[in-house]
Write a protein that binds this ligand. Structure first.
Ligand code: ATP
Length: 889
């Protein structure tokens, strides 16, 4: 259908909708059901069955199954069945873990799915873009990604970048008039296409195609699906895994060769060797890491941080600087005008929040509102998008809180929305942007008089003014008056007030204004409004905690330098020698020059989004790992360049969210701290189970190796080895991944990004504890075997129990970087339960007669448990105890 060739009313009719009302919710639901979701169909995922079968495709598992088949042929049915059963249970475990990881990653994707602003039943609301249907009326603004193919019905300075569709990288200016039928896709200027990006202005339109029927849908097969991202740690572990496989195979081969050389049956040794290889090769590590990462991501979600790129979880733990926006992130973004300066008089305004109730006072006394104050308040509300709404008893602002504060101040003087709309119409608008730091409208009153109203950052606006409104008329703005204005701004800003200046210029009836530079010149300065925006309560503490954790907090704001400084002081983030730098100074510095001074700067004020990139680069050159927040379109480069790009969930544009690796659902600085804390903890938890699993594997290999060297019988039979692996690899390792943070996790400096997995003594801990686990198991075996050489199964059962118990005790040691005594074992009830169930299973396979022939066990007398418990406690308590004692003394 050539929608671009039709007039708006024709489109409206064709898709059966109403422009001012939209579809009804019911109709939208019906259409969604009938025509399906507004999604590009994705490639099919492998089926659950395929994924399950995939679990058996590991080389060593195949060898084990082959070996088992041989033992079945040789008549060892029980062994064969038991081994197959264990392999199947193992596969189930792996399968469940994989599915779980996938599910939580999918849930993640859904959470960060794009939304669209749509008119339904006459109300504007946000819905997931996937729920858009043909006939929906949508609107969008700079920074939004278009949710479906749309025939435009409104375009205010609307520019859309369509490179993903047409390859044209320059944004296209859009309009609403019908076009000839035969224009090509790139020239359909009255259409907005799914997946393209609004770079400037705003617009609205009727959805005319969704899902695979959109222009993007037609080329969907050309789009590559996003590759699954591996975190640096996962990549490192994959490499490490390969090395460990070689080591494990070599040692296992050695065990087999030694065993055969010492006179063991080749067949026995082969099966034992393969079982040992299957047990000792940590092939499951990357999968568990993914699960733990995914679980961590879920925990972050509960704390309002959405991870968009998995590697960020790890990088978070390395963050050494957080660069954060001020407004809305460190402050409440709940603005109230408290001061107004006009006609050289400073008024104060009473009232709190958005309730339009309050009085205007001069020197503490209520005074009649004069015309100049009226004028200032009115202009503040005219050059404005925000709307004051009442829900129940509470007043809310729909729109930008800064503008909301101006609307409320005007309403306190009687300038309500209806009254203003009755008397004035907005002819044109030049929207606010954070580089110009101002916004302008062209207004016509009922007598067709036209004028320009501009509001913006006082210092920027003052440069565009030539006159000052004083005693009812415009007078030339001399240096003296400029100084007075600046001084007033400084006074207000040092009280942490955000200041907005307002100016105007009368226009002749026919004067055409095409661009903002022309509009924003030769203006007459009227006055200032100062508004409070209190710091968020939790931020001060979050900054203090970050400091303890070796993380510096830097404020980057578009606001006035004194306002920023005052808020920074309230938040205790500016040390006595800390510096404050403004955008002008920043512009003059190269990245290298900034690098020399950047360590001392804690506040960057009056910056433009371009500056953010420079700051990130300078900090990175100093070796910092930088987390950087942003919300606007222009913030995207800095967010992308930062090691951890953070976007705002509420106020952020789609572009900033797409560039970010982390999205704050509540726009709150404290959430960044929470995410870093989780990030650090996740990394530590991964180290914990790596330590646990590898130490267990070292123990398992060494007990077999030493037994062969000492020409002993096999201390463990294959099924026991497989069982140990299953029980240790399974629940306790997973429970370690869920371990709560050690209380010192935010009291130590950030991890160095180049730090290896085995850093900070982990390698030594794995080898030493693993060695001890192997040794105590061997000793247990030897003690019983020497006394009862005729009953090998007895000695094997004791060795088996000692190995399992030693590992289950050691798991508690793995919870701490320091020693087992430093943590309360009951803090992690998952782990306690996991260990108890593993213990119970151990008792079952030892004492339940039907299982005894399968697991080659015998019932043990109680006295043996003294030996088993005593020996298995050694690996954990011997070294931990001496360490603890040394620290105490
Ligand atoms: P950040 O969120 O980065 O901490 P900010 O929100 O204060 O900073 P900007 O939104 O870029 O930064 O605002 C910079 C300045 O522009 C403000 O100090 C204010 O004077 C002015 N300003 C803000 N919003 C508007 C607006 N809607 N219209 C006109 N001027 C505005």
């Amino acid at each position: 259908m050539s929608w671009h060739g039709l007039r708006v009313e024709q489109v409206e009719q064709q898709v059966n909708t109403t422009i001012g009302f939209g579809l009804t919710e019911k109709e939208a639901k019906k259409r969604l059901k009938q025509f399906g979701k507004n999604e590009l169909s994705e490639e099919k995922k492998p089926s659950a069955f395929k994924q399950f079968i995939g679990q058996f495709q590991d080389f060593m598992v195949l060898v084990l199954l082959a070996a088992t088949a041989i033992s079945a042929v040789l008549g060892e049915y029980i062994d064969a069945i038991a081994i197959v059963a264990i392999v199947i249970i193992n596969a189930c475990l792996g399968f469940i873990q994989e599915r779980r990881a996938e599910k939580s990653l999918e849930a993640l994707k859904k959470l960060s799915a794009p939304e669209s602003l749509v008119l339904r039943d006459g109300q504007w609301m946000k819905v997931p873009s996937a729920d858009l249907v043909v006939g929906d009326i949508v609107k969008f603004a700079s920074g939004d990604r278009i949710g479906a193919d749309v025939r435009l019905i409104e375009a205010k300075g609307l520019y859309i970048e369509e490179s993903s569709l047409t390859g044209e990288s320059l944004p296209i200016e859009k309009q609403t008039a019908p076009l000839p039928q035969d224009v090509s896709l790139g020239d359909r200027t009255n259409m907005a296409f799914m997946g393209t990006l609004v770079t400037k202005g705003s617009g609205a339109g009727i959805v005319v195609a969704t899902g695979m029927n959109t222009a993007m849908g037609q080329i969907a097969h050309l789009l590559q699906s996003a590759p699954t991202m591996m975190t640096p740690l996962q990549r490192k572990l994959e490499q490490l895994g390969k090395i460990l496989i070689v080591i494990a195979l070599a040692l296992t081969a050695l065990v087999v060769v030694l065993g055969v050389w010492q006179g063991h049956e080749l067949y026995d040794m082969f099966l034992a060797g393969v079982s040992l290889a299957v047990a000792a090769i940590p092939e499951g590590l990357p999968a568990i890491v993914t699960v733990v990462l995914a679980l961590g991501v879920q925990r972050m979600m509960k704390r309002n941080a959405i991870v968009r790129k998995l590697p960020a979880v790890e990088t978070l733990g390395c963050a050494s600087v957080i660069c954060s926006d001020k407004t809305g992130t460190m402050t409440e973004n709940q603005m109230t005008v408290t001061h107004v300066w006009v006609n050289n008089r400073l008024w104060t305004v009473s009232g709190t929040g958005y309730e339009p109730k309050g009085t205007f006072l001069l020197n503490g006394k209520q005074e009649k509102i004069d015309t100049s104050l009226q004028q200032l308040l009115l202009f503040g509300a005219l050059c404005n998008h925000a709307e004051l709404k009442k829900k129940g008893k509470t007043y809310m602002i729909d729109g930008d809180p800064t503008e909301g504060a101006l609307v409320v101040a005007a309403a306190k003087a009687g300038w309500t929305k209806d009254k203003i709309a009755n008397e004035f119409t907005i002819e044109h608008e030049f929207p606010f942007d954070s580089t110009r730091k101002m916004m302008t409208v062209i207004v016509k009153d009922r007598s067709n008089r036209r004028f320009i109203v501009t509001k913006g950052a006082p210092d920027m606006l003052l440069e565009r003014c030539r006159f000052l409104y004083m005693n009812g008329q415009a007078k030339p703005l001399h240096d003296q008056e400029r100084k007075t204005v600046q001084q007033t701004v400084n006074t207000l800003a040092s009280q942490a007030l955000r200041t907005i200046a307002i100016a105007y210029r009368p226009l002749s009836f026919a004067e055409a204004i095409n661009d903002e530079t022309k509009a924003e010149s030769d203006l007459t300065f009227i006055g200032l409004q100062g508004m409070i925006d209190p710091p968020r309560k939790e931020v001060k503490q979050a900054i203090a905690e970050c400091k303890k954790a070796g993380i510096k907090t830097v404020m980057i704001t578009g606001d006035h330098i004194l306002t920023a400084k005052a808020i920074a002081q309230q938040l205790h983030m500016l040390p006595p020698n800390g510096k404050v730098m403004d955008g002008k100074t920043l512009s003059q510095l190269t990245v290298d020059e900034l690098e020399d001074v950047v360590e001392d700067v804690y506040v960057f004020a009056r910056v433009s989004p371009e500056h953010k990139l420079k700051i990130v680069q300078a900090l990175q050159k100093r070796g910092h790992i930088v987390a950087m927040t942003g919300d606007g379109v222009n913030d995207a480069p800095a967010i992308k360049t930062a090691n951890i790009g953070i976007a705002m969930g509420i106020t952020g544009t789609d572009v900033s969210k797409e560039a970010a690796s982390l999205v704050l659902l509540d726009d709150n600085f404290a959430t960044i701290k929470a995410a870093i804390e989780e990030g650090r903890n996740i990394y530590e938890n991964i180290r914990k189970f790596i330590r646990y699993l590898l130490a267990s594997n070292v123990g398992e290999i060494l007990v077999m190796l030493f037994a062969m060297i000492l020409a002993l019988p096999l201390p463990l039979v294959p099924i026991q080895i497989l069982w140990v692996n299953l029980v240790t690899d399974g629940l306790p390792a997973m429970a370690l991944g869920l371990d709560p943070a050690e209380e010192n996790v935010m009291k130590r400096p950030p991890r160095h990004p180049k730090e290896g997995v085995f850093a900070r003594g982990l390698g030594w801990k794995i080898v030493s504890r693993g060695f001890l686990i192997g040794m105590v198991t061997l000793i247990a075996f030897l003690v019983v075997h020497t006394r009862h050489p005729e009953n090998l199964t007895y000695a094997q059962t004791v060795a088996f129990a000692t190995l399992v118990l030693a590992q289950l005790i050691h798991v508690f040691d793995c919870r701490s970087e320091r020693s087992v005594f430093d943590r309360n074992p009951f803090e992690n009830m998952y782990l306690v339960l996991a260990v108890l169930s593993s213990l119970l299973l151990l008792l079952v396979v030892i004492y339940y007669p039907p299982l005894q022939p399968i697991f080659h066990t015998v019932s043990l007398p109680v006295t043996d448990w003294l030996l088993i418990i005593g020996l298995s406690a050694i690996p954990t308590f011997l070294l931990a105890g001496s360490l603890f004692a040394r620290r105490r003394s």
